[in-house]
Design a protein around this ligand. Structure first.
Ligand code: SF4
Length: 218
């Protein structure tokens, strides 16, 4: 099983009643986070309605750019509060206390709200409006960022470009250091893929933990 099988990209819908939430240029990270929390920009496309989920603090050392919340995160309001989150924390070598400390680790997904289910199963891709709307408003407000973890094909392609398959991008992680670390999404599918690609557990995970500790060191 490969890592690059993704649903076709969803087109950005034509202008409708969506309203850009806006943000003053001098807004603080706390103000930007509050504006993101109140966003309803693509509400018409969200089957469970908007509930933007993120973890943001201007002093965070590590930024996790993941895909989009699942139903558990939508209900709890807590990112990565599921089996994928347990797997990701294990990969990073972080216990819950450090993972959920926003002054250490921030979480800004490609889509901040749960995007719904595909007719044939699995979650929809992150809403295509979301990252172009919020990432440019949030990213400049970090003051101490040392490492950005790109978790899943959507984040990897958005930030590093589409030229390389995700498996190859992960295998060649060292080329993205010291600023970025490309990773697969920590879903059960990746467990199957990792068994067929033992270099991931043997080489990539130890290197990832080393980079995480480097970013968190004083
Ligand atoms: S998915 Fe993003 S753009 Fe859409 S309502 Fe949620 S925060 Fe706003």
């Amino acid at each position: 099983m490969g890592l690059t099988h993704l649903p076709a990209p969803m087109p950005i819908p034509p202008p409708g009643p969506a309203r850009d939430p806006g943000l003053p240029p001098g807004a603080t990270m706390a103000e930007a986070a509050a504006a993101a929390s109140a966003c309803t920009f693509c509400a018409l496309h969200l089957p469970l309605g908007p509930r933007p989920i993120h973890q943001l603090h201007e002093q965070a050392r590590i930024l996790v750019t993941s895909q989009a919340p699942g139903t558990k995160a939508h209900l709890s309001g807590i990112p990565f509060e599921d089996a994928s989150g347990e797997r990701l924390r294990d990969w990073l070598g972080l216990e819950r206390d450090r993972f959920y400390d926003p002054t250490k680790l921030a979480i800004l997904p490609m889509g901040l709200c749960y995007p719904g289910r595909l007719p044939r199963g699995g979650d929809c891709p992150p809403r295509p409006e979301c990252a172009p709307l919020w990432h440019p408003r949030i990213l400049p407000r970090f003051t101490n960022l040392r490492l950005r973890l790109l978790v899943g094909a959507y984040a990897v392609r958005f930030v590093l470009g589409p030229r390389m398959a995700l498996s190859e991008r992960v295998a060649r992680y060292a080329e993205s250091l010291p600023t970025h670390f490309p990773l697969p999404h920590p879903s059960w599918r990746t467990l199957v893929w990792a068994k067929k690609n033992p270099w991931f557990d043997a080489e990539v995970i130890p290197a990832l933990r080393q980079e995480v500790e480097r970013a968190l060191a004083d």
